[in-house]
Structures are given as C-alpha cells and as structure tokens.
Design a protein around this ligand. Structure first.
Ligand code: PLP
Length: 329
C-alpha cells in the first residue's frame, strides 16, 4: 500500500541497519535476538527522535518558524536531537530542562551547548510553563517560535515510526527474516504509537511490546492508542486500532525515571560485552534489562525471533558514570 505522508524533511541516515545479535542470543539461551539500529540515525549521535523531527520540523518550516523551543530531562536525547536539527536547518533553539543546573556539563547537556542551543533550567517550575512563557515572549518580540511537545510525540511526529515500520518490513523481505515480536522502550509513546499504526497499515502480524520507562501500564497503553488513532487521521486512513495490539509492560519502573539500578546495569553490560553494542542508562538499558529478565523467566518461546528496537541514548552514558560501575553488580 502506498500512503501519502505529509511533508517531510531529510535529517538522518535511513534505512538504519538491521543486525542479528548471535552472541547475546547464545548468552541468554532463549529467543533469537536482533537489533534495529535507530541509535545510528546520524543526527549528532542519533536516536529515535530524528524520525519524528523529520515530520514535525517540516511543519515548523512550512509555518515560517525561525526558532525552536522544546523541553525534556537534563539528559534529554530529544532536546539534543532537536538542537542538532535546528543547527542543520539554520534555526535558533531553546531547550527547557527539568530541575536546576547540574554541577558538570556532561553527556547530552554538553552536546546541547556545543550544538548552539540556549539552555534554560526550569529549576522548581514546571517545564511546560517556562516553555510557554518563552514562546509568548518571542512572539511578542516579533519572532516566529515553534514549540515541540515532549519527545515530539505528537500524532505528526509518530508518522516517523509509521515510515519506520515500512522501512523495517522492506528490510525483512530483503533479508528473508520475520520477527515474532518487537521490543522497545516507551516513554512519551510516539515511537510505539507509530509502530503500532504502521503494523496495522502494512500488515505486520507480530506483537509489539513497549517496556514502560515511567508510566503505569494503563496510562502508557492509553497514550499509545490515542496517538496512533490521531496519526491515522493525519494519513486520512480509516483503519481502526485494536487496543489488544497495544501492549506495555510496566513491571520495570524501578525507583523511577532515570534512576539506574540492577536492571539497567545488566541491560547495558551484557550487550556491551557480547555484541560491542552501547545502550543507554535511562531508556534502552532499562528495556534491554527487562527483556533479559523476561527471557530468564521463560516468557518467550525457544524458536521465537525478537527484534530489539534500539532507540539511542548512549550519549548520556558519561553523565551516569558513577551509577554504571561495576556494570553487573
Ligand atoms: C525518547 C526516547 C525513548 C522513548 O520514545 P518515546 O517515543 O518517547 O516513547 C526511548 N529511548 C530513547 C533513547 C529515547 O531518547
């Protein structure tokens, strides 16, 4: 089926590689594991936000924006990719980060600064309120700011992952491989929403399991479903999304968002030592650690093929050095 997507910019390197992980699979002794390398999207160390920004920023350009404003955590991969996209497009950019300024500028925060973004710390205030004020002030001064919501998880941004599903299925045909299941880290939900809609549109029959990073299961599934449905409307598609196809697991929230524990240390350590593959402390390390635990608990069938969707984030590793050594304790 050929869909007519809205306007889209080219900001990254696509298709991203699809690779088997034989040594990690053997180490775990369960399903055959593969990885989709969206950590290699090419935009200032890459990540999943690049796909969303290709659609979201096409709208910004069409509206004549001269400045991008977005928000995130202090180690936001989304803010870093937005800052990089702004630089590439010749726009200025402000990122509003949660909390006070940290002691040292490491990881994504360092990259935000190098990429030329203005960095505003929300301190004790809500990031959304601070960002809304900045938008209003720029507008009042005659500027044309464009606000990108958290994680670019708008229905428009999610179309990046509808296209990603189309890309994956073409690779699967070429490589003659099919996956029973896709596992990914879900937070603001646009990534999984796009994949779920793409699966429906392009006929992927496997299951898609989001490991929730920061929300209870029902909340996460509701978010995914809502974005997927609105994204379908943007494509003027009348497909329906079956709620049963929207699956999140919220058993691995640990001690909260961005708090590194045993799950993350194992999730980062094993793929690093067996595949030379770097995951991140907040999202993919938690999702991989969860997948490893689910495999150990016998949740998957022996012959199953599982695709781990690597959404990026390794740029944050250096900011978590103290939490990550020793890796498998
Ligand atoms: C943002 C992010 C996610 C979560 O994607 P959502 O679309 O917000 O659910 C996962 N992994 C990494 C590395 C991210 O930066």
């Amino acid at each position: 089926m050929t869909l007519s997507y809205p306007e889209r910019l080219s900001l990254g390197h696509f298709p991203t590689p699809l690779e088997p992980m034989p040594r990690l699979s053997a180490e775990l002794g369960g399903p055959e594991l593969w990885v989709k390398r969206d950590d290699q999207t090419g935009l200032a160390t890459g990540g999943n936000k690049t796909r969303k920004l290709e659609f979201q920023l096409a709208e910004a350009i069409a509206e004549g924006a001269d400045h991008l404003i977005t928000l995130g955590g202090p180690q936001s991969n989304h803010c870093r990719q937005t800052a990089a996209a702004a630089a590439k497009l010749g726009l200025s950019c402000t990122v509003v980060l949660r909390g006070p300024p940290p002691d040292a500028w490491r990881g994504n925060l360092l990259l935000d600064a190098l990429l030329g973004a203005e960095i505003v710390f929300a301190c004790s205030r809500e990031r959304e309120a601070v960002a809304a004020e900045l938008v209003a002030a720029r507008r009042a001064a005659g500027g044309r700011p464009y606000m990108i919501p958290l994680g670019a998880s708008t229905p428009l941004g999610a179309l990046g992952f509808v296209a990603a599903m189309e890309e994956l299925l073409a690779q699967c045909r070429e490589r003659n491989v099919t996956f029973d299941r896709i596992v990914l880290a879900s937070s603001s939900a646009g990534t999984q929403a796009g994949l779920v809609l793409g699966a429906r549109l392009f006929g992927y029959d496997g299951r898609i399991l989001g490991i929730s990073i920061d929300a209870e299961r029902r909340d996460m599934e509701d978010r995914i479903l809502a974005i997927a449905r609105e994204a379908a409307q943007l494509l003027r598609s009348d497909v329906t999304i079956d709620p049963a196809r929207v699956e999140a697991n919220a058993d691995y929230l640990g001690r909260g968002y961005s708090v590194v524990g045993a799950t993350e240390r194992v999730g980062i350590g094993l793929p690093a030592r067996t595949e030379g593959l770097l995951l991140d402390p907040v999202y993919t390390g938690r999702a991989m650690g969860s997948l490893i635990d689910l495999i150990a608990k016998g949740q998957f069938d022996e012959g199953e093929k599982i695709l781990f969707w690597h959404t990026g984030g390794a740029a944050a590793l250096s900011a978590f050095a103290g939490d990550l050594t020793p890796l498998d304790s």
